[in-house]
Every structure is written in structure tokens, then in C-alpha cells.
Design a protein around this ligand. Structure first.
Ligand code: G
Ligand code: G
Ligand code: MN
Ligand code: NA
Length: 254
């Protein structure tokens, strides 16, 4: 309960920040965009990671106003980077289950794009498999409505939830994000390599792009390239950074 009160005030006190982690193509080209990652920095205290407060925000419904702030702030910052002439492709924003299921989501996304002036093609929304379980028709309709705005859609943490391959093919998605738990074992574990290989092959045949998360080593990168993965993000390229530090990344400013 105490944490809930503090989290409520965190929004008003501007204690929430977005960090940005670059996303890179694995072929030619390099930098393509970033994922926005939420951080809570209570005054005079250590940073609280999202894993420690997002579940509570979900339970209490606070994720709805927090998520709206995240969306607005990420779009505003990206628009500012575009205006500064920086070569920004796309900003990826995480949606929680409750946010995805909220009836006003499509209108919110439309409003935020309009208010910030960010082109819809520069926004990607990340949803998890748990947002899609239940009524598939409803999920498909909502995904289609979001896509009709011109934003792209990525399935986050792929392989860790309860994806049914039968409905995966019916979902209007653009990208699968290969979960870092599988990427971690690349080079060491044959089973992880088999899973990542199969995921990339399946994604390709369904027409989805692939992005591997948690890329930490050159060896993982080489294997992902060999398997035909389109893009990656992870500590090998950069940790998530505050906006000012992100804007100084060499291949971002070049
Ligand atoms: O940045 P970090 O690896 O600590 O993030 C941990 C988890 O928190 C990840 O699962 C990530 O998707 C989630 N997360 C980070 N930022 C946001 C956000 O803005 N909204 C939601 N719903 N989840 C987020
Ligand atoms: O669930 P989601 O994919 O949205 O969250 C990504 C999380 O992974 C973030 O909390 C981010 O800080 C973390 N992360 C990003 N890159 C790496 C990495 O290379 N290694 C590890 N262990 N974690 C990472
Ligand atoms: Mn994510
Ligand atoms: Na993930």
C-alpha cells in the first residue's frame, strides 16, 4: 500500500523517466531506432526497476495513466530528435496487458501522434503474448485498428508465454522479438540455437521481421546474423540510456 501511494505521487512529482536502448539492423545500416524503457527515480533514493513496480501498477490500474505518460513522452522525445535532424527510424513503446485491453487505447495512440506530430510510421508498439490470450477476435480487431493508424506492432518476449502457433498466423503483427532468455544461450547451448533458428524461420515464413533481445556478445551476434535475424538490441550495442546520453551515441549522431 505504501508503494502504491509513492507510485501515485511519482507521476505528479515527475519521478518517472524514460531510458532509450538502441535497436540495430544486423546487416548493413546499423542504427534503426530505440526501445523506450521506464525507470522510477524517487527523490534521494536508488532507482526502482520496472520489474519492481509495473506489476503493482498493473494490479492497481495505475499503469493506465503511467502508460499514457510513457507513450506521450516517448513520442515527444522522438519528434524532438527528428527535428534536430537525427536519423531516427522508430521508437518502440511497451504496452502492458491492461493498457492493451483498455477501451480507449486506439484513441489515445491517435491523440498522442496528433499532439506530438510524430509520424505514425515512427512508432512501434510492443505487446506481450499475455495481452492476446482470451478472445482472439477482439485482439485481432484491436491490433488491426492500431495498424490502421500506421503504427507497427511487435510481439515482445516471444516464446516465453502461451503463444499458440495456430493463432499467431492470424495476428496482424509486423515483428517478433526473440526473448533474451533464448539469445543468452547462443554459442553455448544447442537447444537455444534450435529455438532461435526455428523462431526466425517461422517468423520469416509468416511475414514477420525479427529482432533479438539481450545481445551481449560478438558470438551471439554472429550466430544471429547467420540465422538471418533482421535486427538486435542488447548490451553489446548499448545499455538503455537517458535521452541526453542516448543522443551522444556515435552511430546515432553520425
Ligand atoms: O528495462 P528493464 O529490462 O528493467 O525492463 C523490465 C521489464 O519492464 C521488461 O519486461 C519491459 O518490457 C518492462 N517495461 C519497461 N518499460 C515499460 C513500460 O513503459 N511499460 C510497460 N508496460 N512495461 C515496461
Ligand atoms: O521485456 P522487455 O524486452 O521489454 O525488456 C527488455 C529488458 O531487457 C529491459 O529491462 C532491458 O534493460 C534489458 N536488457 C536490454 N539489453 C539487455 C542485455 O543485453 N542483457 C540483459 N541481461 N538485459 C538486457
Ligand atoms: Mn519490450
Ligand atoms: Na522482452
Amino acid at each position: 500500500l505504501q508503494l502504491e501511494m509513492r507510485l501515485r505521487r511519482a507521476l505528479e512529482r515527475a519521478e518517472l523517466r524514460l531510458f532509450y536502448q538502441p535497436q540495430m539492423t544486423l546487416g548493413e545500416g546499423g542504427f534503426v531506432g530505440a526501445e523506450a524503457l521506464l525507470r522510477w527515480l524517487p527523490e534521494g533514493q536508488a532507482m526502482i526497476p520496472p520489474a519492481d513496480f509495473i506489476p503493482l501498477a498493473e494490479e492497481t490500474g495505475l499503469i493506465v495513466p503511467i502508460g499514457a505518460w510513457v507513450l506521450r513522452e516517448a513520442c515527444r522525445q522522438t519528434r524532438a530528435w527528428l527535428d534536430a535532424g537525427l536519423p531516427f527510424g522508430r521508437i518502440a513503446v511497451n504496452l502492458s496487458v491492461r493498457q492493451f485491453q483498455h477501451q480507449d487505447l486506439v484513441a489515445l495512440v491517435e491523440t498522442v501522434l496528433c499532439e506530438t506530430g510524430l509520424p505514425a510510421a515512427c512508432l512501434e508498439l510492443e505487446i506481450t503474448e499475455s495481452a492476446l490470450i482470451g478472445e482472439v477476435e477482439l485482439a485481432v480487431a484491436k491490433l488491426a485498428a492500431l495498424r490502421a493508424l500506421g503504427v507497427s506492432l511487435a510481439l515482445d518476449d516471444f516464446g516465453t508465454g502461451y503463444s499458440s502457433l495456430a493463432y499467431l498466423k492470424r495476428l496482424p503483427l509486423d515483428k517478433l522479438k526473440v526473448d533474451q532468455s533464448f539469445v543468452r544461450g547462443l554459442g553455448a547451448r544447442d537447444d537455444d540455437r534450435a529455438i532461435v533458428s526455428a523462431t526466425i524461420a517461422m517468423a520469416r515464413s509468416l511475414g514477420f521481421a525479427t529482432l533479438a533481445e539481450g545481445v551481449e556478445t560478438e558470438e551471439q551476434l554472429a550466430i544471429l546474423r547467420a540465422l538471418g535475424c533482421d535486427a538486435g538490441q542488447g548490451y553489446l550495442f548499448s545499455r538503455p540510456l537517458p535521452a541526453a546520453a542516448f543522443a551522444r551515441l556515435p552511430w546515432f549522431t553520425a
